[in-house]
Design a protein around this ligand. Structure first.
Ligand code: ASP
Ligand code: MG
Length: 401
């Protein structure tokens, strides 16, 4: 059995913790597994390195930035190898380049193109525990690149895919993915198993556990992930394909997003081309539009409502000044929140929408916008009811049971 284990920044936060990880790795190894370990930099180290580069310039040369940032993971990978060797194990650390991780040449946010696994396989066959520096690769020029913040998860999933590993274990300092944010609902429960698609929809719940891009990659490469706490032996959360989930819960989790704002165009001329022009203009400025609702036209007029990240409001106002003559009015509302319920079982159960909306009605919460997919219902509501709605829905769907 080939296992990929990835340890995040807190798990390798200091030498003592690295020593503990070495013991943990050795324990899995003694069960008879081939192991590739991927490590992050020590917690806080990448921020510190970024700080150094900013001392000299607000816009430091990105090729050099990547060279500096890559050192954080180089340090932890080599230290873990030293610790393992000291415990009597055969271990070797490899930089991203030595591990064959080839990327494009977009410095600071490079994408992995492919992995040449020859070197890793050679060492695995020679019974080494292979430790790979996460978050980095090499471009066609032979220069070091990094994969964007949190990118060690991507290194781990890419290696798991390329090596056809049995499982990719992602170790952090939390027990797994919860039915909702435990800070909002303390009865939230850890989820044992969840599908890629549900996990992607519940992005905000998984944010502390793993990078969303790595879930997308895992889905594409069909890599089974388990997220676990490196500080205990609890079971964690498995993220896998839908077919592997026998009992499909109607609702798996409830996510809350308070970073959206609502834009309303009132009495827009109801004719072809307006929506195209509007959303092209936003897209060209890289504004990510989430929900869109258009009302049925009457008397040649219609309303278009949509949501965007709060941080893009100023830019959006500027762009929409071009549309002032096409609409009666344009309104902005920052005091909204998006609540989403997600679950595979929704596909085959009726009554989810009615139960969800009655739950909101019972709490006297007005729903401003609704959007649905096969496995999700999202609602825009007044931000002051955000936490209340999460708790009410969690309770209605008995997610604490
Ligand atoms: N050390 C990098 C960061 O902090 C990569 C990672 O931890 O995954 O973003
Ligand atoms: Mg991380």
């Amino acid at each position: 059995m080939l296992i990929i284990q990835k340890y995040g920044g807190t798990s390798v936060g200091d030498c003592q913790r690295i020593e503990n990880i070495a013991k943990k790795v050795l324990k899995s190894r003694n069960i008879g597994d081939k192991i590739v370990v991927v490590v992050s930099a020590m917690g806080g180290e990448t921020d510190k390195l970024i700080g150094y580069t900013k001392y000299f310039s607000q816009l430091p040369n990105e090729r050099e930035v990547d060279k500096v940032l890559s050192t954080g993971e180089i340090v932890t990978s080599a230290l873990l190898s030293i610790a393992l060797n000291e415990l009597g194990a055969k271990a070797i650390s490899l930089s991203g380049r030595a591990a064959g991780i080839r990327t494009d040449d977009i410095y600071t946010k490079a994408k992995i193109q492919d992995v040449n696994t020859d070197n890793i396989i050679k060492y695995l066959n020679d019974d080494y525990i292979v430790i790979v520096a996460g978050f980095q690769g090499v471009n066609d020029n032979g220069y070091i690149t990094t994969l964007g913040r949190g990118g060690s998860d991507l290194s781990a999933v890419a290696l798991a895919g390329a090596l056809n590993a049995d499982i990719c274990e992602i170790y952090t300092d939390v027990d797994g993915v919860y039915t909702t944010d435990p800070r909002i609902e303390q009865r939230a429960k850890k989820i044992d198993k969840i599908s890629y698609d549900e996990m992607l929809e519940l992005a905000s719940l998984g944010a502390k556990v793993l990078l969303n891009r790595s879930v997308e990659m895992a889905k594409k490469l069909n890599v089974k992930i388990i997220t676990r706490n490196s500080f205990n032996d609890n079971a964690g959360t498995i993220i896998t394909n839908e077919e592997e989930i026998m009992e499909k819960p109607i609702i798996s989790g409830i996510a809350l997003d308070k970073n959206q704002a609502r834009v309303s165009l009132i009495d827009v001329n109801d004719k072809p081309g307006i929506a195209a022009a509007l959303f092209s203009s936003l897209a060209n400025s890289n504004i990510n539009v989430d929900m869109i609702v258009q009302t049925i036209g009457r008397d040649g007029k219609t309303d278009i409502d949509f949501t965007i990240p709060k941080t893009d409001i100023a830019l959006c106002r500027k762009l929409l000044s071009d549309f002032r003559n096409s609409a009666q009015g344009i309104e902005y509302d920052e005091n909204i929140a998006k609540v989403s319920i997600v679950g595979l079982g929704m596909k085959s159960h009726s009554g989810v929408a009615s139960k969800t909306f009655s739950t909101m009605a019972n709490e006297n919460i007005n729903i401003m916008m609704i959007s649905t997919s096969e496995i999700k219902i999202s609602m825009i509501i007044d931000i002051k009811y955000a936490e209340l709605s999460v708790r009410a829905l969690h309770n209605a769907y008995e997610l604490d049971k």
